[in-house]
Write a protein that binds this ligand. Structure first.
Ligand SMILES: [Zn+2]
Length: 47
């Protein structure tokens, strides 16, 4: 499961791919990423 998306080539990058090259896109060499937001919704407290 990937946590980041490359800002240049828009590919999914998982943590393993990023760690291998030290926060650099393995496809295009970009160092700009978007962090994917896991689909977590804040719980509303219904009180
Ligand atoms: Zn890239």
């Amino acid at each position: 499961m990937s946590d980041y998306i490359c800002a240049v080539c828009k590919r999914d990058l998982d943590d393993a791919a990023l760690n291998r090259v030290g926060m650099q896109c393995t496809y295009c060499g970009s160092r700009i990423f978007y962090k994917k937001r896991p689909n977590i919704r804040k719980r509303l407290l219904a009180r």
